[in-house]
Design a protein around this ligand. Structure first.
Ligand code: FAD
Length: 466
């Protein structure tokens, strides 16, 4: 059992050799630094070590293990269950590590672990390049990549973790190592989906791809056209080439300037697309979406960075959030019934039912090629429940989310997305998220890299017994 309390008289200079900023509960900036995206998380670490280099990370990890402290690792701070913050203990805070280096000749990006998706995308797009990431620009590159990383480019170029070719890592013993296919293929395999279990990544190296302005955007229909929109989504998924990326959001229409007044506050279905290729060739697919005669049509040529921040405002920092996810097969008629019934019974305006089409290049990697396992899934279902933490109680939102999730298990292809597991899921769901064969390989790797489970504040993979 780890101690989680340290001597509060410890001063800012008490971690010998640490060059960054140390924050204790009495320091200015402490409350800001302990805040995560999910406003329902309210944890008070004893020390927040704001690192400015890999050497700082190594010093902080060694300090944590020497003093037997619970160690949390914070990248972009978007862990849904708040695993990047602890009560008592030490937070290795990477959020000041913001370097992005783009090598346009070798098509490589070197990205520090405090970089957010929007910052990375902007730096790469300055050269007309990008690598797959997620869809909300304020998410962290670090946690997203280590758990998989699904986004608009994934059907064409794979997951974020598929494009990770090298990593610099601080191990549980505080050593700094560089990992690639030639130095340690098994560890690189584990970093591609196995989360933060094997060490603290202090530099990610990604393969870059040419990505210009895209034909992309969304159409919005009122709920009485929802069935048609969901049917069209399922129909297009069945025939989509890998350039076509599709998603659905069932939400309450926000009071945005582009939403007609009569739809604001009403439940709607939003069907979104991106064509990752020559924009002209995507027009027939855009026409299919426009064939719904939507109330809102936002499809057009747009910079990749605009696509990547298109729905940021739907998931702001500070709300309470609860998320459930599941890998699903094809969306059939009973699934459409379930989704529409749940849309109609949303307990508040911040609930979201999201479907993302998988397949394409995601499926071209063998299931044992990375620690990320569920490559056969047709869809990722994400149920995001949100509430105002000042005025609202979580229970009705959480109950609604669980009920919908239970109803969709019928078409599950097995398990959850490890980056979208919430606090109440338990180790069996983590194991399920990997499947037995990958799990056994991961626990063996964990035994080699972190036998004392120093890095356990994550979707934890325990070390295999000796
Ligand atoms: P953090 O809270 O900083 O970290 C998450 C986990 O990773 C923690 O366990 C932490 O300890 C560990 N970790 C962080 N940095 C490191 C590091 N450098 N080395 C080792 N371990 C580390 N996922 C998708 O695939 N696609 C999406 O489009 C997408 N959209 C999202 C949108 C929102 C608003 C949110 C909240 C999440 C989204 N996700 C998406 C899920 C996302 O991938 C995870 O929440 C991810 O863990 C966030 O990473 P982070 O660095 O921001 O989080």
């Amino acid at each position: 059992m780890c101690r989680t309390v340290v001597d509060m008289t410890t001063t800012a200079t008490s971690i010998s050799g640490f060059q960054g900023q140390i924050l204790h509960p009495h320091n200015e900036g402490y409350d800001e630094a302990r805040r995560l995206w999910n406003g329902a998380i309210d944890r008070r670490p004893a020390i927040i070590a704001r690192c400015t280099s890999a050497a700082d990370v190594a010093t902080a990890v060694r300090f944590g293990t020497r003093h037997d402290l619970t160690v949390a690792v914070r990248g972009g701070g978007h862990s849904i269950p708040g695993l990047s913050m602890c009560d008592g203990g030490l937070v290795v805070d990477l959020s000041l590590l913001k370097d992005v280096e783009i090598d346009p000749v070798r098509r490589r990006a070197h990205v520090a672990p405090g970089v957010l998706l929007g910052e990375y995308d902007a730096a790469a797009q300055a050269h007309g390049l990008a690598s797959p990431a997620g869809e909300i620009s304020h998410t962290g590159v670090a946690g997203l990549t280590l758990g998989g990383g699904v986004g608009w480019l994934s059907r064409k170029y794979g997951l974020a973790c598929d494009n990770l070719v090298e990593a610099e890592l601080v191990t549980a013993t505080g050593d700094i190592v560089t990992v690639d296919e030639s130095t340690d293929p098994e560890l690189l395999w584990g970093l591609r989906g196995g989360g933060g279990n094997f060490g603290v990544v202090t530099r990610f190296t990604f393969t870059l791809h040419e990505v210009g302005p895209l034909l992309a955007g969304a159409v919005m229909v009122p709920m009485d056209q929802g069935r048609a929109a969901l049917r069209l989504y399922a129909e297009l998924c069945a025939v989509a080439p890998e350039e076509l990326s599709l998603s659905v959001a069932c939400v309450t229409a926000p009071p945005a300037p582009f939403v007609p007044a009569e739809l604001v506050g009403r439940q709607v279905v939003v069907l979104s697309m991106a064509w990752v290729g020559d924009p002209q060739a995507g027009e027939p697919w855009a026409a299919r979406l426009r064939g719904l005669r939507p109330a809102v049509d936002l499809i057009g040529l747009m910079p990749y960075t605009a696509l990547q921040s298109m729905v940021d405002s739907g998931v702001p920092h500070g709300r309470g959030y609860y998320v459930k996810s599941e890998w699903l097969g094809e969306i059939d008629e009973p699934a459409i019934d379930t989704i529409l019934e749940s849309l109609a019974s949303m307990p508040g305006p911040h609930e979201q039912i999201l479907l993302r089409h998988m397949g394409g290049a995601i499926r071209s990697v063998p299931a044992d090629g990375t620690a990320f396992t569920f490559r056969e899934a047709e869809n990722l279902l994400t149920i995001a429940c949100g509430w105002d933490v000042e005025t609202d109680a979580p229970e009705p939102h959480v109950a609604w989310g669980r009920e919908l999730w239970a109803a969709t298990r019928r078409i599950s292809t097995g398990g959850a997305y490890v980056n979208q597991l919430d606090a109440d899921e338990g180790i069996e769901r983590v194991r399920e998220a990997y499947g037995t064969r990958t799990w056994d390989r991961l626990t063996a790797l964990k035994r080699r890299m972190d036998p004392d489970n120093v890095f356990r504040l994550n979707q934890n993979i325990p070390p295999a017994p000796r």
